[in-house]
Ligand binder design. Structure first.
Ligand code: SF4
Length: 181
């Protein structure tokens, strides 16, 4: 056990938030984890501001599919000593990459021009808005240190990876840990 608490931050990109929900399924073991680690930022609490000094462990859920997500991924990489790709969408692209097969131009036309809910009949082009990109796994944008697959990864696997890292060990993910049982 380390004397100084390990700092951990998490964020999400394109996905469904199910991986973060699985994180919460760690349940009472979160109490053990909190004794070893300090959570500095997470999208599911009010803690949304990672320290400018960076964190020991960064966790990213979801694929990168627009310019805003790309910026989040790069910032988390810059600020994290160890970066975890959490869940299938982050590990290999998962469900968000299904849209890569279609034509984004057609999808935007259907959503903004042909849809009955259209406000002004044009595709928004405000440069402040995130620009759509082909959906990509995290490691096509930044270097990843630990892959935690699953849709979502089981809580036991998430707990194993996090406790290993906060104790300074290399996670050893087994098929049993990645199985839902
Ligand atoms: S891996 Fe599954 S649970 Fe996690 S964000 Fe993607 S679709 Fe959701």
């Amino acid at each position: 056990m380390t004397s100084k608490k390990v700092t951990v931050a998490s964020d999400w990109l394109a996905g469904c938030a199910g991986c973060h929900m699985s994180f919460l399924d760690i349940d009472e073991r979160l109490v053990n984890l909190i004794q070893l680690a300090t959570l500095t930022a997470t999208p599911i609490t009010d803690l949304k501001h990672p320290s400018e000094q960076g964190v020991d462990v960064g966790i990213l859920e979801g694929a990168v599919n627009n310019s805003a997500g790309e910026a989040v991924a790069k910032r988390m990489r810059e600020r994290s000593k160890i970066l975890i790709a959490l869940g299938d969408c982050a590990v290999f692209g998962g469900i968000p990459t299904m849209r890569n097969r279609g034509c984004r131009g057609d999808a935007l036309k259907r959503a903004y021009i042909e849809s009955e809910s259209t406000v002004d009949g044009r595709v928004p082009d405000d440069p402040e808005l995130a620009q759509m990109q082909e959906a990509r796994p995290l490691d096509q944008v930044v270097a990843v240190d630990v892959y935690l697959p699953g849709c979502p990864p089981p809580a036991d696997a998430i707990f194993h990876v996090l406790t290993s890292l906060v104790e300074g060990k290399k996670p050893q993910l087994t098929g049993k840990l990645l199985d839902w049982h």
